[in-house]
Design a protein around this ligand. Sequence first.
Ligand SMILES: *Cc1c(COP(=O)(O)O)cnc(C)c1O
Length: 390
Amino acid sequence: MTANRDGGMSTRAIHSQSLKDAHGSPNIPIYNTTTFAFNSTADVLDVVEGRKDGPLYTRYGLNPSIFALEETLANLEGAEMAWAFCSGMAAETALFLTHGRDGIICIGDAYGGTLELLSTQLPLLGIRTHLILGNELDRLETLLTGGSKLVFFETPTNPTMELFDIRTIAAKAHEYGAKVAIDNTFASPVNQRPLELGADFVVHSATKYLGGHSDLTAGSLMGSRDLLMPVWNWRKNLGLMIAPEIAALLSRSLRTLVVRVRQQNATAQAVAEAMARHPKVTRVFYPGLPEFPGHALARDQMFGFGGMLTIEVAGDGADATQAADQLKLFTLAPSLGGAESLVTQPCTTTHHGLPPAERARRGISDAMLRLSIGLEDVDDLIADLELALQ
Ligand SMILES: *Cc1c(COP(=O)(O)O)cnc(C)c1O
């Protein structure tokens, strides 16, 4: 669904949907139906042959609950169009199969599922994939010369919060006729809007900040109409559609996205500063700290520094495990973006599958703890961390 683009972020989060419910409900109801009836075959053909946008069949995405969600999603990212999916991985799969068949270059660390899809499953289909780290960016041009037509990356990355310059990479990729897709899950459109910086696609795990309550699994792909239309048949025929119930729940969540994320930014900044002063913490990875290597770039391309940070505990992996197990307010769970703060030790969860040497190559130490800052009071969160670190 396409979007109008009026107002600031908070206004867009609440007033994007142009559909109007017959009874005046401010929310589009859950159209809990698989199909929609028509008055005549001529009416059916109008929708089937594309002369009219309208409800038809839910797996196609032609359901008003899904239309309403997609309008808001597009509007928040400043995209011409957005498609909703049943998960973040579904959105990535549809993107890669539609626009990555000439080869995909992935820069830096990425979500575990993404790395597995790129390194294991897609090559089985004959799709060439190239994974380079942030310190190997000088290889990008050679790989682009080789014909890869899709460059994919996250910024900031998990768990070291490495930042990549979206404008510069997009300009380089475009020189070679390649498209650029950013996984914007960590930043959310409140903190970063890659399309405004020259990227061609944004992909989201809506399971995280967009959903914001750790109670739904969904995804989205945003971009121009020209680039998104070819994705439609892949989504439809691979069956990657979001359920209307989840679409309505996600629409509900988007109404509070801006206040949630801005609060999480502020709390994460205070937690990062407290951790940077703490004697039992050797390093803090947070873009909002002036001494952090990515700070200047974050100021330049982000509107906020985000709710995710990583600390490195003094000692070894066992010391970090002990601290994580002592935390009371931080829940030990490998996700992010919810109202409750979460902690995870990357070497035991998100990066457990990598051999220790590969983790080291990626700058991920066993003593790291990744924190997803929730909506609790900041003093309580800092007190919880201080007690656990003792
Ligand atoms: C969780 C996550 C994904 C995958 O999303 P699902 O909704 O779990 O499929 C992709 N990218 C990032 C950055 C994530 O955090």
